[in-house]
Structures are given as structure tokens and as C-alpha cells.
Design a protein around this ligand. Structure first.
Ligand code: SF4
Ligand code: SF4
Length: 133
């Protein structure tokens, strides 16, 4: 019997798993000029500036927090250098880990724990539209 005057705690709301977009945006930093145009268009502010691999203070690059990206494609549409691609969500972290030198992505636990995802660091980054030799 419930104690008088003590209100029972409400049932906790069911926790819904966050639904992932089919595709997420990934920056190929080899082609990024750091112009920050994409940042202006991102509706959820998930594009971040990061130091470049050289001249940290002067050459900035951007990368995308895949935990927040909603896959709207606006950054892809407006990047003047065509260096952002939409990648299937399950492959996006692997692709991003190869295309970025400095990453906020290790916080993306949802995909780190996904089967078959291996974090890789590729060598020199290929320029967008070019094939590796
Ligand atoms: S718009 Fe393109 S080139 Fe400019 S910062 Fe964004 S990803 Fe880099
Ligand atoms: S796809 Fe949309 S939400 Fe994702 S980084 Fe680009 S502009 Fe932002």
C-alpha cells in the first residue's frame, strides 16, 4: 500500500533510439580551403573549424560532427570546392577518419560500436576527383 502523501514517481518515458539519416556529410580535407561557406549554411551547426595539418595558426580546415549531422546536404550544395560528399551513414566514420587529419569524430560512439567499422588513417589525402595511384 502506497504511503499516504507520497506521490509515486511517474513512469519514465521510453528512451527512443536516435534515428540516423541514411547519409551523412563528410569533408575531404584535401580539397578544403577553410573558406567556411559550409558553416554558414548548416542548419544544426555541426561543422567545426579545426587546425590544418601545417601552419596550424593560419590554415584552418573544417570537419563535421557526424553525431549531429542531419544529412540535409546543404553543405554539399554550397561548398565552392566540391569537397564534401554524402556517405552512407554506416560507412561515414571510416571515410571521415581517412579524410581528416584532426577529428571530433572519436566521440561518435554510435558508429564506433557498429560492426565492421574500423578507424583508419590514410596517408596523404587524395584531392577530390582524383584517384590514388
Ligand atoms: S565550404 Fe568547402 S572548402 Fe569551404 S570550408 Fe566548407 S568544406 Fe572547406
Ligand atoms: S548535411 Fe546538413 S546537417 Fe550535415 S553537415 Fe551538411 S549542412 Fe550540416
Amino acid at each position: 500500500m502506497a504511503e499516504q502523501g507520497v506521490r509515486p514517481a511517474p513512469p519514465s518515458a521510453p528512451v527512443k533510439a536516435k534515428k540516423r539519416p541514411k547519409e551523412l556529410a563528410v569533408v575531404n580535407q584535401a580539397g578544403c580551403t577553410g573558406c567556411e561557406v559550409c558553416i554558414e549554411f548548416c542548419p544544426v551547426d555541426c561543422i567545426l573549424t579545426v587546425p590544418g595539418p601545417e601552419y596550424d595558426q593560419h590554415k584552418k580546415l573544417v570537419e563535421i560532427d557526424l553525431d549531429i549531422c542531419i544529412g540535409c546536404k546543404l553543405c554539399v550544395k554550397y561548398c565552392p570546392w566540391d569537397t564534401i560528399e554524402m556517405i552512407p551513414s554506416a560507412e561515414s566514420l571510416k571515410k571521415a577518419s581517412g579524410w581528416t587529419q584532426r577529428s571530433v569524430l572519436p566521440g561518435a560512439e554510435w558508429i564506433q560500436n557498429a560492426p565492421g567499422i574500423e578507424i583508419v588513417r590514410e596517408g596523404p589525402l587524395p584531392l577530390p576527383g582524383t584517384k590514388k595511384s
